[in-house]
Design a protein. Structure first.
Length: 147
């Protein structure tokens, strides 16, 4: 896979990544000024956050989007549900999970942990923005094959 620059364009710029629900005008202007990026991460769950941290540590530019909040899928878990894995196995990005008994974290503890990872690593996540489609560089929606 080539690491070439992939154009990223939304309704503010022009046509490879289309996003909706832009709550902040200043942030929208930043996307409009951004002409390309090497990586787009769709999702801000544990895997997306781990990837964002790794890219940031390597100095690789990326954009990260999630249609909801950080760890939104985990927010659907029952209240006070404990994970089957222990804290050590659920940790991401080299950040230790602190729980009251250092055992298996609950849903609430893990959601707080994911948000702490975002703050600790100063990740820029475009939450509440839906990715409608992603097209390879040089393709327009009219030249894309039908699904």
């Amino acid at each position: 896979m080539s690491m070439e620059q992939v154009p990223v364009k939304g309704s503010l710029a022009s046509a490879a990544l289309c996003c909706t629900a832009r709550p902040y005008a200043e942030e929208c202007a930043k996307i409009a000024r951004m002409t390309s990026t090497r990586v787009v991460i769709v999702g801000a769950g544990p895997i997306g956050l781990e990837l964002a941290v790794a890219l940031k540590q390597e100095g690789i530019d990326y954009l990260q989007f999630d249609q909801s909040s950080i760890g939104a899928t985990i927010a659907w878990y029952p209240l006070q549900m404990q994970f089957h894995s222990n804290a050590e196995r659920l940790a991401i990005a080299g950040v230790v999970i602190q729980t009251a008994d250092q055992q298996k974290p609950t849903r609430e503890e893990y959601l707080a942990y994911l948000r702490a990872v975002v703050l600790q690593h100063d990740l820029k996540i475009r939450a509440y923005e839906t990715v409608e489609k992603i097209l390879p560089a040089g393709r327009t929606s009219s030249s894309a094959p039908a699904a």
